[in-house]
Design a protein around this ligand. Sequence first.
Ligand code: AMP
Ligand code: ZN
Length: 130
Amino acid sequence: MCIFCKIAKGEIESFVVYEDDRVIAFLDIRPLSKGHTLIIPKEHYENLLEIPAELAKDLANAIKIVCEKLKRLGAEGFNIITNVNEVAGQEIMHAHIHVIPRYSGEESKPISFGNPIECDLEEVHKALKD
Ligand code: AMP
Ligand code: ZN
């Protein structure tokens, strides 16, 4: 079973930000900004392109909910990104959408993968979990 399937089943701990029957959202362990969240379908699909349309709607709904929550941290904008296939930087082959909050005062250039920030995930989770 893949690591994100294990997270979806609660077999690996994560900082859950949002959950419903079909979707779970949790903090990325190597955040690119404070509150960087991953949204995944609970069922295993390899990437976003494999996901049926109905489930894609559930993911879109979760994106909105998660973005609203991230505004609590002061987020004023978001990069909403999905990497499809290794050639595009996908490392975990379970479909996921990165929601990366952006804050004023930062450079507003596109976010770059591979430069995680130092961040206390427990503290961020406290602000987002309810
Ligand atoms: P991608 O490169 O699009 O496949 O992104 C995978 C993301 O999953 C990376 O940003 C990792 O930091 C993140 N990640 C890997 N393992 C975990 C985990 N156990 N909990 C939370 N995020 C994870
Ligand atoms: Zn999986």
